[in-house]
Design a protein around this ligand. Structure first.
Ligand SMILES: [Zn+2]
Length: 368
């Protein structure tokens, strides 16, 4: 039917176009003159403006698209005027605007289900990192960050690792290649702990310092259920006058209770770290059996969780090279460090460290 109503144009000169457009304009005015109810109005709208089979659409494809390139502009101008006329006729006939039926046809069905978007969630490592950080933030600690590619000086020397220390061995440390010509202290490596940020902080900030250092660290470890070449640490450093070991014990006891519940107990055992003296390992009472003994704690009732100690005076002497206020005779401090994966595995009952990095949605969505 429409094919007959809109003939193909055989000529595209001014006169032919004027005549063709005048004919359809005349038709539109005639159609509009007969509109006297809502249904007729909707029929008019569909007949002229229908998306697929409307007359304007037909004119567009038969006349506009078929026009030779030099006639595109005059056809386009006339088409625009025609379209405006049809829309105006529709508006005038319906009084205030589109008909109820037209509105109903265009209305959005609010009962249709929308497009669902999955809400993102914190990765369990990020969540655990943030939990630990917020416990110390509440104690007045600020957060420190530093580079993951470090110099030997910050990672080892300034942390009081003597030159022959086994931790410097490439068996344990991932080093950047082709640096043999550089002095040892300038050679680059992937930091093996977040401790370098302790020194970087002290070099730029005189005491008192209370800082918590979350971050990614790297070791040349083979992957197994509990080891990964990349993992996360949180370290803490507190320096002021008259800081004692009891401050360290009180701080960590509070932190462990805040993280694992107020029933958790802590105990300290002598240990060794190059950058602290004295050093201690901290155990917490088993959070699975409450200290009675179970498989998780190997029937001991205790779980070893972090290392700590009083800052070694040698470390302060390195800091004093840039900040003289770090005089080990006048100030003291403590430091501690813990593995984030280990804590997250305990908190969430995860047995394979690799699951943190596999990107498996079945695993990750459990934390959303
Ligand atoms: Zn237990």
């Amino acid at each position: 039917m429409m094919n007959e109503e809109i003939p193909n144009l055989t000529a595209f000169d001014q006169a032919a176009l004027d005549q063709a457009f005048a004919a359809v304009e005349h038709q539109a005015r005639n159609d509009a003159a007969a509109l006297d109810n809502v249904e007729a109005l909707e029929a008019f709208r569909l007949r002229w403006l229908g998306r697929k089979q409307g007359l304007l659409n037909e004119i567009s494809s038969r006349w506009l698209k078929a026009a030779p390139s030099e006639a595109k502009k005059p056809v386009g101008e006339r088409f625009k005027i025609l379209k405006e006329l049809v829309e105006r006729l529709l508006d005038e006939s319906s009084g205030t605007g589109p008909s109820d039926a037209a509105l109903a046809a265009e209305a959005i069905d609010i009962t249709l289900p929308g497009t669902r978007r999955l809400t993102g969630a914190e990765h369990p490592i990020t969540r655990t990192l943030n939990e630990i950080t917020s416990v110390f933030a509440a104690l007045g600690y600020s957060v420190g960050v530093g580079p993951e590619v470090e110099t030997d000086f910050y990672n080892f020397e300034s942390m009081n690792f003597p030159p022959g220390h086994p931790a410097r061995d490439t068996q344990d440390t991932l080093v950047i290649s082709n640096q043999d010509r550089r002095p040892l202290r300038d050679r680059l490596l992937l930091r093996t702990h977040t401790s370098p940020v302790q020194m970087r902080t002290m070099e730029t900030q005189p005491p008192p310092v209370r800082i918590i250092i979350p971050g990614k660290v790297h070791r040349n470890d083979a992957q197994d259920a509990t080891h990964s070449p990349i993992f996360h640490q949180v370290e803490g450093l507190c320096v002021d006058t008259n800081i004692t070991f009891s401050d360290l014990k009180g701080t960590l006891d509070h932190a462990m209770k805040a993280l694992f519940g107020s029933a958790v107990k802590t105990r300290f055992f002598p240990s060794f770290f190059p950058f602290t003296e004295p050093s201690a390992d901290v155990q917490i009472s088993c959070i699975f059996c409450g200290g009675k003994g179970c498989r998780k704690c190997k029937d001991s009732g205790w779980i070893e969780l972090l290392g700590c100690g009083m800052v070694d005076p040698a470390v302060f002497r390195f800091a004093a090279e840039k900040q003289p206020a770090y005089d080990p005779k006048k100030i003291s401090g403590f430091a501690f460090g813990m593995g984030v994966e280990r804590i997250a595995m305990m908190k969430y009952g995860i047995s394979e460290i690799g699951q943190f990095y596999a990107g498996d949605m079945r695993f990750l969505s459990q934390f959303s």
